[in-house]
Design a protein around this ligand. Structure first.
Ligand code: ADP
Length: 192
């Protein structure tokens, strides 16, 4: 399998859950920048100490740090033939950085899949998750800030990929299994 994919969508769209399922089905690693940052914060690593305050407040980690992290991760053996990125790229500068990483390896992105969800549903989901998981950035105020950051910096990415003919949009509402089925249908054309 050699699918190189990006999964887009607002916080609370269900990207993490779906990324894991999709990656499993495609036989590629799911690479979630949010998960990597959280694991480092939890383990108290040097990186974790550097990103702790930024992630807890819902701001973006500086591009330089994030790009470097993704570059290293995509260079690992299991990602050479394909990957599913979740949470990256998150602004237009990161799109360019990913383009450069892929070009340097003689590769191209196959598809960006966007999970679309009603903003009201997103807030409900995140508030519910806050009670279950207790993530540091799932407080009402920080959720609001993350959604603002998404609208300002991340949402424009969809248009960038659409202009390249690389965007597929998938309805993120409904049963988890149904959403997975829709995603698999959307990526079917690039499976090889
Ligand atoms: P969500 O999509 O629910 O907001 P993530 O798990 O994707 O959550 O990200 C959590 C936090 O990690 C973000 O709010 C941000 O601080 C940081 N982060 C994750 N990915 C990136 C990225 N590509 N660039 C900058 N910061 C990031």
């Amino acid at each position: 399998m050699s699918a190189r994919l990006v999964l887009l969508g607002p916080p609370g769209a269900g990207k993490g859950t779906q990324a894991a399922r999709l990656a499993e089905a495609l036989g590629v690693p799911a690479v979630s920048t949010g998960d990597i940052f959280r694991a480092n914060v939890k383990d108290g690593t040097e990186l974790g100490r550097r990103v702790q305050d930024v992630t807890a407040s819902g701001r973006l980690v500086p591009d330089e740090l994030t790009n470097e992290l993704v570059r290293d991760r995509l260079a690992q053996d299991d990602a050479v033939d394909g990957f599913l990125l979740d949470g990256y790229p998150r602004n237009v500068a990161q799109v360019a950085a990913l383009d450069e990483m892929l070009a340097a390896a003689g590769r191209e992105l196959d598809l960006a899949v966007e999970l679309t969800v009603d903003p009201q549903v997103v807030v409900e989901r995140l508030t519910k998750r806050a009670q279950v998981e207790g993530r540091a950035d799932d407080t009402v105020e920080v959720i609001r800030h993350r959604l603002d950051v998404y609208a300002e910096q991340t949402a424009p990415i969809s248009q960038v990929y659409a202009d390249r003919g690389l965007l597929a949009q998938v309805d993120g509402l409904g049963e988890v299994d149904d959403v997975t089925t829709r995603l698999l249908a959307a990526v079917a054309p690039v499976r090889s």
